[in-house]
Design a binder for this molecule. Structure first.
Ligand SMILES: N[C@@H](CCC(=O)N[C@@H](CS)C(=O)NCC(=O)O)C(=O)O
Length: 224
């Protein structure tokens, strides 16, 4: 079976797209990236919403040799699909306990922290709750810091954490936590005082797959 052709719809500053970009690079899978300008509202265009009716990136188009074409959405589901394409060095650990813990950390970032800081929430709060730009930044800082502090406490209580986070083998937990920290930095929020998370992020960012996926290195990112 020939490898499918992969086209990723993404945005330079997107946390969720960063997760998929890193995973594809860790798996040495070639992806053609198309950028959807979230600041310009392109996620609401009809053509894009036919791919993802939730009006959000990422969306991954998978084309296989028999001309079958599928659209995948939700970054964690996409990462698990990429993991099945290249099963070596699984991003979702095989050991059941490590797998459950890696998924738990990944979901805490993807399902608990991230949904509170996406553009559509900011637009709603500004339009309906009188929030200004400073308050929106403070809101995002609060939920990112609170969420990551909780993850740090959870990790600190687990001596076996390196089977699923911050160890030699990169997992979805490493990818998702690094994604939040990296994007927080882009919007002016630095994470300090969380040594387990900071060490893992430093290690991840030293790897080519993460470095090449950095938001500021993507098309559409501001220069300088
Ligand atoms: N749970 C989704 C989140 C997708 C999502 O919300 N992506 C953001 C960018 S990180 C987006 O496209 N937001 C558009 C908006 O808020 O209008 C996933 O993990 O893929």
């Amino acid at each position: 079976m020939t490898d499918p052709t992969l086209t990723l719809y993404s945005f330079w500053r997107s946390t969720a797209a960063y997760r998929v970009r890193v995973a594809a690079r860790l798996k040495h899978l070639a992806i053609d990236e198309r950028f959807i300008d979230l600041d310009a509202g392109e996620q609401h265009d009809d053509a894009f919403q036919r791919m993802n009716p939730m009006a959000a990136v990422p969306a991954l188009i998978v084309e296989s040799g028999d001309n079958a074409r599928q659209t995948l959405t939700e970054s964690l589901a996409i990462i698990e699909y990429l993991d099945t394409l290249v099963p070596e060095s699984p991003l979702v650990p095989e050991d059941p306990i490590a797998r459950a813990k890696a998924r738990a950390i990944a979901q805490t970032t993807a399902a608990d922290i991230h949904p509170l800081i996406v553009p559509r929430i900011g637009t709603y709060l500004k339009d309906n709750a009188g929030m200004d730009d400073d308050a929106w930044l403070a809101w995002r800082r609060h939920w990112i810091e609170t969420g990551l502090a909780g993850i740090e406490r959870q990790l600190a209580h687990d001596e076996a954490r390196q089977t699923y986070f911050g160890g030699e083998t990169i997992t979805i937990a490493d990818i998702c936590v690094t994604a939040i920290v990296v994007i927080a930095r882009v919007i002016g929020i630095r994470i300090d005082g969380l040594p387990i998370i900071e060490a893992a992020v430093t290690r991840c960012e030293s790897l080519t797959a993460f470095a090449d996926s950095a938001p500021m290195r993507q098309p559409g990112a501001p220069e300088g």
